[in-house]
Design a protein around this ligand. Structure first.
Ligand code: NAI
Ligand code: MG
Length: 354
């Protein structure tokens, strides 16, 4: 039996998590997956109830779980908590990632064929959609390297990577590529000017030797930024360091049309992972039934794929989402025209289950 910690959080968190759970409960048993769900408080909801956004009982639960299914945290009410370390994102999400050693962030950026008109790029560049997986190193590089300082008119950030840190993220990318039809990895760096990038490129080439079925190419980050808007269909898996991944994943995400469609997985050692939609708690639409639950439902598919090894179950969910979209069902954020008929968050979840 796999133990899933369910942390719904704030705003639309509980609404979208309810739909994700509905889908997991419908699909998992068909694939012999026995899941046990335990809910716990996180974020503003936890702060209100206990005075801390990541209470000890929640931390204990996640440390004894196989995966975390996470909604979203935060909202205007909590932005004004006097101690910034008690605010939902800084006090709950960042410590969770750190304590659990989640060093790999996976963001599938899929433009579904049925939604290709939502893509800001010229129609002929994205006809039929695309499917890019961005794998970003999450705990090293320029964001964390020491020394880091700002004194007077001089400031320093340090970009630091060890071969070990690079090796482990590359394994994540190659393993993910092996499960995909095209099996291609583009390793993105700036090896013409950065030493960390030269180490990165050397490591990527060495790790690639262990995956003869996957094709590796190297690309400079500026060229990748251009190619994402020039020929997005040419990409399969992109793997890169923290800063480049932060920027490229947001760029790729914008090409898919709506935040409400983007799932994510954060992985650490072994099969443990945290699965959440890429968007936030959307306080502006909380409680209205307008939230798009598909990013969360697709995050449930990633949970099955990466933490439970249930590839067929993951594919079944992804296929169901595609069928629902092809049939023309839309939440407001992905509606093509003002007179598109809109379904609610709950209805969308029901459609995917059906
Ligand atoms: P947001 O992602 O919550 O919302 C941005 C816009 O997208 C809003 O107009 C919202 O209505 C819309 N939107 C987001 N998800 C949607 C969905 N599933 N369906 C339909 N529309 C959707 O970002 P925002 O407004 O900047 O932040 C709101 C709160 O969420 C803040 O407190 C922020 O700190 C927090 N946040 C939390 C994250 C997390 O828990 N991982 C990540 C990002 C923000
Ligand atoms: Mg970013």
């Amino acid at each position: 039996m796999a133990k899933i910690a369910v942390l719904a959080g704030d705003g639309i968190g509980p609404e979208i998590i309810a739909e994700g759970l509905k889908v997991l409960k419908a699909v998992a048993p068909q694939h012999g997956q026995d899941l046990e769900f335990t809910e716990a408080l996180v974020g503003g909801a936890a702060y209100d109830a206990t005075g801390h956004p990541l209470p000890p009982e929640t931390l204990e639960l996640v440390q004894n779980s196989d995966a975390i299914f996470f909604g979203a945290v935060g909202g205007p009410k909590y932005d004004v908590i006097p101690d910034p370390n008690m605010r939902p994102e800084r006090g709950a999400l960042l410590p969770l990632r750190k304590k659990l050693g989640l060093y790999a962030n996976l963001r599938p950026c899929i433009l579904y064929s049925a939604l290709s008109s939502a893509c800001p790029l010229r129609a002929d560049l994205v006809e039929g959609g695309f499917d890019i997986l961005v794998v970003r190193e999450l705990t090293g590089g320029l964001y964390f390297g020491q020394p880091k300082s700002w004194e007077g008119d001089n400031a320093i950030d340090t970009c630091l990577y060890s071969r070990e840190e690079i090796t482990r993220i590359l394994h994540v990318a190659f393993k993910a590529a092996q499960k995909r039809p095209n099996k291609r990895v583009v390793s993105v760096d700036k090896a013409n000017v950065l030493e960390t990038s030269r180490l990165w490129r050397d490591t990527a080439t060495k790790v690639a030797a262990e995956y003869p079925d996957v094709e590796l190419s190297h690309q400079l980050v500026d060229a990748t930024a251009m190619d994402l808007v020039r020929r997005p269909q040419s990409f399969d898996v992109i793997v890169t360091e923290n800063l480049f991944g932060d920027i490229l994943s947001d760029e790729a995400a914008q090409l898919t049309g709506s935040l409400g469609m983007l799932p994510s997985a954060s992985l650490g050692q072994g099969t443990f992972g945290l699965y959440e939609p890429s968007h936030g708690s959307a306080p502006d639409i909380a409680g209205t039934g307008k939230a798009n639950p598909l990013a969360t439902i697709l995050s449930a598919a990633l949970l099955l794929r990466y933490s439970l090894g249930a590839e067929a179950a993951a594919l079944q969910i992804e296929k169901a989402v595609e069928i629902v979209l092809n049939a023309g069902h839309r939440t407001g954020d992905i509606a093509e025209t003002p007179d598109t008929k809109i379904v609610t968050c709950t209805e969308m979840g029901d459609l995917v289950v059906a």
